[in-house]
Design a protein around this ligand. Structure first.
Ligand code: GDP
Ligand code: IMO
Ligand code: MG
Length: 427
C-alpha cells in the first residue's frame, strides 16, 4: 500500500486549532475520521467567511468531495448529533451520503449527562471541570460492557431489556447516592428507537470503509479531539477526558491497524491553554495572561468557559512528541503573540533530569518551569501566508520551538481562516 493516511492530533490540553488544520487539509483526502471523544469537543472552522463550530462531526464535513467518518471509539449523543446535522446542513449538502457512522459507537444517554452533572456539583466527589456532556459515564459503561450501542437501537427487542437493566443501575445511583429523581424507561425507549430509525441511512462499517478507500489508493485523515495531555492514559490524570486522544486511540477507535497511519502531525498552539481543573506549570496569572486570553479569544468553543493561558511548555511537548511518534508539527496562533515585547518558553523544569522529569504519572504539581525569554516582534504576523514575510523575531521563535521540540514545524497558522496558513516544508 503506498497511500499515506495522516493523523492530526492536539498535543496540549485541547483547543490547539485542530479544526482549522483538518478543514484546511481535508481537500487532499478522500475522508476524515473522528475516532474518539464525543460532543465535548469544539472544533472551529471558517468556511466562506462563516465561523462554524463542530462538536461531533469531522471537520471535513464542508468538503463536498470528502467522506466524513465517525468510528466506533466515538461516544454519540443522538440529540447532539442531529442538532449539529441540522445546523450544518446550511453549509454542507448531501450529509446522509457523505457522513458514515459506525453502528458500534456507544451512545450517551440522558442518565450519563445527569450523573456527570450531579458528580461535578457534589461536595463529596472529586470535580474535574468536565464539559458536563456525559462523556466519562458513557465511556465507563463501554468498558463495563453495559453500553447501549447504536446497533442496539435498531429494534425494540434488542433495546428494551438492555435499557431496562442499565437504567435500573443508574436510577439506583441517581436516587440513593445523589438523592435526585429517577428517569423513566418508556420515554428513553421511544426516543432511542426513533433516533435509531433516523440514523439508519448514515450507518456503515467504518473500519472496512477505510480499508476499501486505502485499497483504492485513497487517503484518510484521522482527526483527534481533545489533546495528548487530556488523554486518559498519557495525560495529567485524573484531570483528563475519558478516551485515548493520542495515536494509540486511532486503531481501536477507527477500526484500522496500527500500521495504517503513516504520518502523524501534532497541532500546537504558540502558548498553552486549559479549560477545567488540573495542573498547568506555565500558567500566567498576571496581565500578560489576560492579554493573551483576550487576543486569542480564549473562551471554550463548547462550554463558553474562559480558558486558562500559559507560556509554551517545551518540556511537556518533548515528552508527548516522543511517546506519540509525532513526525511534524502545525504551530497555530502565533499572531496572538503580536504586540508582546517578550515571549517566554519553558525549556526545562528546575532541578530535574531533562528527559525524565515527572515520569509516567505526569506528576506536575511541584515542578518549577525554567524559561527562555525571546524577543517579541514589532511587525504583526496576523494573516501572513508566506514564511519569508514573517518578521525575523517570529522566525527565530519558530526555529527555537522547533529545536526544543525536536521535530519540524511544517505548518504555521497566523489567523483562523485558511488563507492565514504557511506551509513550511513538505515531508
Ligand atoms: P480545536 O478544538 O483544536 O479545533 O480548537 P478550537 O476551535 O476550540 O479553538 C481554536 C480557536 O482559535 C478557534 O476560535 C479558531 O478559529 C482559532 N484559531 C485557529 N487557528 C488560529 C490562528 O492561527 N490564529 C488565530 N488568531 N486564531 C486561530
Ligand atoms: P477539543 O477537541 C479542551 C476537558 C474538560 C475537562 C476534561 C474532562 O475542542 O480540543 P470531559 O467532558 O471530556 O469529561 O471533561 O477535559 N475537555 C476539553 N478541553 N478542549 C476539548 O476538546 C475538551 N474536551 C474535554 O474541560 O477539563
Ligand atoms: Mg476546541
Amino acid at each position: 500500500m503506498n497511500v499515506s493516511n495522516t493523523a492530526i492530533l492536539g498535543l496540549q490540553w485541547g483547543d490547539e486549532g485542530k479544526g482549522k488544520i483538518v478543514n484546511f487539509l481535508a481537500g487532499d483526502f478522500a475522508a476524515a475520521c473522528r475516532y474518539q471523544g464525543g460532543h465535548n469537543a469544539g472544533h472551529t472552522l471558517i468556511v466562506n467567511g462563516k465561523k462554524i463550530i463542530l462538536h461531533l462531526l469531522p471537520s471535513s464535513i464542508c468538503h463536498k468531495d470528502a467522506l466524513s467518518l465517525i468510528g466506533r471509539g466515538v461516544v454519540i449523543s443522538y440529540e447532539a448529533l442531529f442538532k449539529e446535522i441540522d445546523e450544518i446542513s446550511e453549509y454542507s449538502q448531501g450529509i446522509p451520503e457523505r457522513l458514515k457512522i459506525s453502528p458500534a459507537c456507544s451512545l450517551i444517554q440522558p442518565y450519563h449527562n445527569l450523573v456527570d452533572q450531579l458528580k461535578e456539583k457534589s461536595n463529596s466527589q472529586k470535580t474535574i471541570g468536565t464539559t458536563l456532556r456525559g462523556i466519562g459515564p458513557a465511556y465507563e459503561d463501554k468498558v463495563a460492557r453495559r453500553a447501549i450501542r447504536i446497533s442496539d437501537t435498531m429494534s425494540e427487542n434488542l433495546l428494551r431489556p438492555l435499557l431496562e437493566e442499565t437504567l435500573d443501575f443508574y436510577n439506583f445511583t441517581i436516587e440513593k447516592f445523589f438523592g435526585d429523581s429517577p428517569l423513566a424507561l418508556e420515554e428513553l425507549v421511544e426516543e432511542n428507537l426513533s433516533y435509531g430509525e433516523k440514523i439508519k441511512p448514515m450507518l456503515a462499517d467504518v473500519s472496512m470503509t477505510i480499508k476499501k478507500l486505502n485499497l483504492e489508493n485513497k487517503k484518510v485523515l484521522f482527526e483527534g479531539a481533545q489533546g495528548a495531555l487530556l488523554d486518559v492514559d498519557q495525560g495529567t490524570y485524573p484531570y483528563v477526558t475519558s478516551s485515548n486522544c493520542s495515536p494509540t486511540g486511532i486503531a481501536a477507535g477507527a477500526g484500522c491497524g496500527p500500521l495504517d497511519v503513516q504520518d502523524i502531525l501534532g497541532v500546537i498552539k504558540a502558548y498553552v491553554t486549559r479549560v477545567g481543573e488540573g495542573p498547568m506549570p506555565t500558567e500566567i496569572f498576571d496581565d500578560t495572561g489576560e492579554y493573551i486570553a483576550k487576543a486569542g479569544g480564549e473562551v471554550g468553543a463548547t462550554t463558553g468557559r474562559p480558558r486558562r493561558c500559559g507560556w509554551f511548555d517545551a518540556v511537556l511537548m518533548r515528552r508527548v512528541i516522543q511517546t506519540n511518534s509525532i513526525k511534524g508539527l502545525c504551530l497555530t496562533k502565533i499572531d496572538v503573540l503580536d504586540g508582546l515585547d517578550e515571549i517566554k518558553v519553558c525549556k526545562d523544569y528546575e532541578n530535574q533530569d531533562k528527559d525524565n522529569v515527572f515520569g509516567e504519572c505526569m506528576d506536575l504539581d511541584s515542578v518549577t518551569p525554567v524559561y527562555e525569554t525571546l524577543s517579541g516582534w514589532e511587525k504583526p504576523t496576523k494573516n501572513i501566508d508566506a514564511y519569508v514575510d514573517l518578521p525575523d523575531e517570529a522566525k527565530a521563535f519558530i526555529v527555537y520551538l522547533e529545536k526544543e521540540c525536536g521535530v519540524p514545524i511544517r505548518v504555521v497558522s497566523t489567523g483562523p481562516d485558511d488563507q492565514s496558513t504557511i506551509i513550511r516544508t513538505k515531508a
